[in-house]
Write a protein that binds this ligand. Sequence first.
Ligand SMILES: Nc1ncnc2c1ncn2[C@@H]1O[C@H](COP(=O)(O)OP(=O)(O)OP(=O)(O)O)[C@@H](O)[C@H]1O
Length: 327
Amino acid sequence: MYAITVEDLVKKFGDFTAVNNLSFNIESGEVFGLLGPNGAGKTTTISMLSTMLKPTSGNASVNGFDIRTNEDDVRKSIGIVFQDQSLDEELTAYENMDFHGRLYRIPKNVRQKKIIELLELVELDDKKDNLVKTYSGGMRRRLEIARGLLHEPKVLFLDEPTLGLDPQTRNHLWDYIEKLNKEKGITIILTTHYMEEADKLCHRVAIVDRGQIIALDTSEKLKNDIGGDVITIVSQQKDDLYSIIRSLSEIKSIEVHDNFITIGLQNAEKHVAKIVTMASENGITIESLSIHKPTLEDVFLHFTGRTIREEEASTKDKMRMMMKGRR
Ligand SMILES: Nc1ncnc2c1ncn2[C@@H]1O[C@H](COP(=O)(O)OP(=O)(O)OP(=O)(O)O)[C@@H](O)[C@H]1O
């Protein structure tokens, strides 16, 4: 059974198309990732699915409810944790949860029990009476996730759940997200520009670029399609090198980029000497050469010819954290 169906979904802001004809389905109980660089249209997509934004055209349903005509039922059946923090710093964790539970009109006795159970799940029960302003970034994010689950949604939307968190806290949060999915069977749709996050957490990944899905499958399958290993060669004479080695039968894929070539092939270490010899015999200088197992970055590069621009992403992280610090 599908928790989410999306058909030809489009969102335009004036002349600009932020989401361009997306179609995909998410199985009930799946952890599904939208992976892509900043501005790819990930947040816009989940904003439409959570009924915070109206689509320009197309159809989608969440838990069987139409996002255009059945907004209230969609909202009641989902939990949302968006990028911008929405906790009340001057309240305790328990009070933040309680306030949310009242908004959803959860009866007091059920509410009290559920709050403790969820705070235990994210291991914040012993800090429940501390003010949120004393919490670390990771604790706040855990609390937001617990709060998003209070009304027992079947589907949870997480927009960049670990944005700006340090690697250790990020790992920790991944464990909670996995636990939620396994223990509670909640369908999770998350957006991320961290490839390791999509790789680690998601059963299937949709790689999004410029408003479109450019690849969708399990991370394993996406990476296997590139070839068993990837050789990256930096050379000023990349075009010459390309023409010399392109017809080697062991090469599964070969692409020329700005100042380097990527080659997908099985058992790279067996063939690398031959490639270097061919280069040298033809007077081609290799500046550097590396071999690695394919990552989702390679998949992105393969489909778009660009990298996911981690640098740009991390600059944006820093800006966001600075803005949060100022509040
Ligand atoms: N309200 C809006 N008005 C005009 N343009 C918008 C609006 N919201 C988003 N956009 C544009 O739509 C594009 C997609 O934005 P979106 O936030 O969905 O990207 P994203 O993949 O989630 O990236 P990020 O992680 O940076 O949020 C961007 O170019 C953004 O500038």
